[in-house]
Ligand binder design. Sequence first.
Ligand code: SF4
Ligand code: SF4
Length: 378
Amino acid sequence: MTVSLLRCNDYDYHTVRKTIERTFKDLGGIEKFVKKGEKVLLKVNLLMKKKPEEATTTNPVLVRAVADVLIAYGAEVVIGDSPGGPFLEGRMRNIYKASGMEEASVLSGADLNFNLASHYTECKDGLLLNKIVLTDMINDVDKIINLPKLKTHGFAVYTGAVKNLFGLIPGTIKAEYHVRMPDINDFSNALIDICEFVKPALHIMDGITAMEGAGPSSGSPKDLGVILASENPYELDLVACKIIGLNVEDVPTLRKAHERGLSSGKLEDIEMIGDKLEKSVVSDFVYASSTSGNYRRIPVPVRKLLVNKLKSRPIFNHDICIGCGDCEENCPPKAIVMVKKRPVVDDAKCISCFCCQELCPAKAIDIKKPILAKILFR
Ligand code: SF4
Ligand code: SF4
């Protein structure tokens, strides 16, 4: 399968638009993915209410450029995602505004999704999931184009094309999936089931400014200057991970996709087009400080014995905390209680999913890696 990599050093609209036009051309033309008159969902990453410069959400300039190109071709476009937390119209309006999606929609003529309904769907070919709850926004369109942001992730190590589709599970129901699948390997297989079921026509990744460190929401912007695109989300993620120095064994979704025969897991099997991959590889990318992705390197019996000593934990900074209670509300196993407007976690209940950190608006939650894990995973 082919992966396109094009350099694009900033979010200047004309530069991004030219890069998107060339991406479509290099991959065989828009008509290969979308027919004139079809309605296309641009599945962006809108994890939470964040400004574009915080690098948590897909940048609105890239979203606008993709929408403009598709609309000029003759497609209809709708922009949508289901962020963490309640999936409510007022909340969506706030998130669309803060993230720049409202402006991208006005400038391009694309619609914003306000269909907040969801339904259970049978997933006959799922390895782990045989039923999935999905937002109805996918039923309103003919095609989906996935627009992930390249970021680190405390639980999943990395989030890109495959993980971005978890956003099609309605906000608060995401927590149920974490409770049902606290093991990262199961969770990754579930992400792949969702990805295979939804099957976007194309994936275009915003890697112009990525997020490093405490991703997916509390990390720091990191300029990488790339736009990646492919029909194959696993191979696109493999290329993105190569850029930031991760390999198949480091990233649970890559590993599971390889085991399931959805990707060979080898860069040499991918037809790279566009600019040279080697010139985009960075050596100083900072990862999230969790250990979940590295458990596989330890033999299973040892892993079972040490699991509690190796597990990373959320640490709450009560001085920065604004007492909003979002972490308590969104903790899948209900391990957090607010005491005097400050969160207190029950370690025995915590499943180290880091949803609390992901959704904390004040960046008041760090992930603490135990000393033993630091030594083992150095
Ligand atoms: S989400 Fe963050 S700011 Fe809100 S209560 Fe929890 S730690 Fe405090
Ligand atoms: S405390 Fe945080 S990391 Fe632990 S289970 Fe709750 S949301 Fe997940």
